[in-house]
Design a protein around this ligand. Structure first.
Ligand code: MF3
Ligand code: CO
Length: 260
């Protein structure tokens, strides 16, 4: 069952998305060599709580963090830990918050200091594929058009698309129907319509698409241990228009010329 939202409800999700986007500005200020992923998680936790919101991931099926921390070969769902970021790492931070009963979801992969050109182009392509997916998200189109746009963009450039995890509907719950895969055929799947709110989140690997789950039951990494990148926006369809509710603007503001 896909819950369509009223314009008023979408305004509420937009407020959650704005706070989440600002949280990422704080996170961006904090990412640097020598910083632990737990420190970053604490910064996000403090900011979310002090603004009257709830960190949706914390305690979700027992997840032990406010954010998922995705260092290098970690695709999704890594735990915050004492790991100290190193020059040359990439770290995807994936966070969901709930404000006044409504959720927003966002992810950004940051470069830690100087990162190799090869890895930077993986990140850039993944981010661009999110934009390609959003461009394909239009009232009257099908979800498969979004999926296909992401897949084609990445595979043409030699990268592979993780199949096991998908984007999703979002609203009162952080995961709602429909699933939004990052691979698929045009003209298939549910029709994109007014009131839909979805999180689009390409998870793209430099090497093979295969992943494994670590023994902690959560941490998902590439089987070949080559790097993976992940970007995510929460998007709504209102009056036939596609609105991106989250924004990377606060990250850009924090990173200045280090923003890619
Ligand atoms: N954005 C992630 C997702 O859609 C959030 C996962 S939160 C967790 O799967 F608690 F499940 F880790
Ligand atoms: Co998500």
């Amino acid at each position: 069952m896909i819950y369509l939202k009223t314009p008023e409800e979408i305004e509420k999700i937009k407020e959650a998305a704005l706070l989440l986007s600002r949280t990422f500005g704080k996170i961006a200020e904090c990412v640097a060599p020598g910083v632990s992923t737990r420190q970053i998680d604490n910064v996000a936790h403090d900011y979310i709580q002090s603004n009257g919101a709830i960190p949706s991931c914390l305690g979700y099926n027992g997840f032990p963090g406010v954010c998922c921390m995705e260092v290098n070969e970690v695709v999704v769902h890594g735990f915050p830990s004492g790991y100290l970021l190193r020059e040359g790492d990439i770290i995807g931070v994936d966070c969901v918050l709930e404000l006044d009963g409504w959720n927003a979801d966002m992810c950004y992969t940051f470069a830690v200091g100087d990162v190799s050109d090869e890895v930077m182009s993986l990140c850039r392509t993944t981010k661009e594929s999110l934009m390609a997916g959003i461009a394909a998200c239009r009232a009257g189109h099908r979800l498969g058009d979004i999926s296909n746009a992401v897949q084609t963009y990445c595979e043409k450039r030699g990268y592979s698309v993780v199949r096991e995890m998908c984007g999703h509907g979002i609203g009162k719950k952080m995961h709602e129907e429909p699933e939004v895969p990052n691979y698929g055929r045009r003209g298939t799947g549910p029709v994109v319509r007014n009131g839909m709110v979805i999180a689009i989140e390409p998870m793209i690997n430099m090497g093979s698409r295969n992943v494994v789950i670590e023994r902690d039951g959560w941490t998902c990494r590439t089987r070949d241990r080559r790097p993976s990148a992940h970007y995510e926006h929460t998007v709504a369809i209102v009056d036939g228009e596609t609105r991106v509710l989250t924004t990377f603007d606060y990250i850009e503001e924090a990173l200045g010329d280090r923003f890619i």
